[in-house]
Design a protein around this ligand. Structure first.
Ligand SMILES: [Zn+2]
Length: 406
């Protein structure tokens, strides 16, 4: 009986009230000018600061240690100067004291643990996630995707009953594949199923979609034309330009990339002109250097304050991720005035510091300049103990000779 009910209910049914309220609001705020966005952020920030101070033991300690109360914070500058940055470690250590809502409103979540140690935290039940979803939807809309539209999703989870795909009709009308089953043995079945389902949209990690693209080109080139993909949405990992080009060229569509994290502290979404916009109604983002100073240009650490989680308020949270910025106050052709990010870089472990204190990404250093040499290396590890110096430990490939050392 349950199955039949699920089949006849439209996707719309699965979206709660909080989603629709947020979604309808975002349809208007998308075209706000920068001052309206900043005013909105200030109202949200004030509200969150008061809530944190009044309901969280941890923030009462922080405010008292700083010798302040919320009335001492009267500008973004005050906020930056008077509230310390919250690291992942601090969040982990103090999680039970940070909680600022009654137990019945809490939902436990953990961050993905592929890199670094997972952090457990709470979100507000039936509020945080539906709101986040509404922001994600705004980006999906930019790619032409609407409610009830079919979407193929590649997920990093194993599908039960030894199957390599399954249909799901809940929040999305979707055909789901597991990235673990993406190989040359299965690619023909996957493409055939995709042709049968005929979605105009695909979602997944950049590396998964890249693998899907390469396998399709190698083993079922003749079937690619039978697909009619309008947009592909990537997230959760750094999307490299060569990946984007290959995917767009192969499926003759646009790729829309997005940054988001499990802490639900920031969303940065790419528009159809390829620009990354900071979704300012979702959170207050700060871009700082290694000395915690705000910068307007260059590689910056992303610090964010989420407006959608009153369960575990994270004031000035260090996401551990890096972005490249170059302040641009011009309106984008897509109509958005939101802050722009030049590039999403990824986690700050992938960075080294040169002798002048500049942050340099390892990807740029290694793959940007010395790619040929690195083909002769099986594995490598970069260690930096001193500013301006790095040590590279390598396991050489059999083609590696003594002359390569130079
Ligand atoms: Zn734009």
């Amino acid at each position: 009986m349950k199955k039949i009910v699920k089949k006849i209910l439209p996707v719309k049914f699965f979206y709660p009230k909080n989603f629709w309220e947020q979604y309808n609001f975002l349809k208007k705020s998308i075209y706000w000018d920068i001052n309206s966005l900043k005013e909105f952020q200030w109202t949200q920030l004030k509200h969150l600061i008061n809530h944190s101070y009044n309901n969280s033991k941890y923030y009462q300690r922080v405010f008292s240690k700083q010798g302040i109360t919320p009335t001492d914070i009267n500008s973004f500058k005050d906020y930056q100067n008077k509230i310390p940055i919250l690291s992942k470690l601090e969040l982990k250590k103090n999680i039970n004291d940070i909680i600022a809502l009654p137990n019945k409103k809490l939902k436990y979540e953990t961050t993905g643990g592929s890199t670094g140690e997972p952090v457990g935290f709470y979100i507000e039940k039936n509020v945080t996630y539906p709101k986040t979803l509404a922001f994600e939807w705004r980006q999906f809309n930019a790619g032409g995707y609407n409610l009830n539209d079919k979407v193929a999703i590649f997920r990093g989870r194993i599908i039960s009953n030894n199957k390599i795909f399954e249909y799901e009709n809940g929040i999305y009308n979707s055909l789901i594949f597991s990235s673990y089953d993406l190989n040359k043995e299965n690619i023909n079945t996957i493409i055939d199923e995709l042709i049968k389902f005929s979605p105009h949209f695909i979602r997944g990690y950049p590396s998964t979609i890249e693998l899907f693209t390469k396998l399709s080109r190698l083993y079922c080139q003749d079937k690619i034309n039978k697909l009619s993909i309008k947009s592909i949405f990537t997230s959760s990992e750094t999307l490299f330009l060569n990946q984007k080009d290959l995917i767009e060229h192969t499926f003759k569509c646009k790729v829309f990339d997005k940054y988001g994290n499990s802490e639900q502290s920031t969303i940065i979404g790419q528009c159809k002109f390829g620009r990354y916009h900071d979704y300012m109604e979702y959170s207050y983002s700060e871009f700082v250097d290694n000395n915690n100073q705000t910068i307007k240009k260059g590689t910056a650490r992303l610090i964010s304050t989420s407006f959608v989680n009153y369960a575990t308020p994270i004031l000035r949270y260090d996401t551990g991720d890096l972005v490249e910025i170059n302040e641009n106050t011009k309106k984008c052709e897509c109509g958005m005035n939101h802050n722009r990010i030049t590039k999403l870089i990824g986690r700050d472990q992938d960075l080294i510091v040169d002798k002048d204190g500049n942050l340099i990404t390892l990807t740029a250093l290694i793959f940007g300049q010395h790619f040929k040499e690195f083909q002769k290396i099986e594995k490598f590890q970069v260690v930096q103990e001193k500013i301006g110096e790095i040590e590279i430990h390598i396991i050489p490939h059999e083609s590696f000779t003594n002359s390569d050392i130079e």
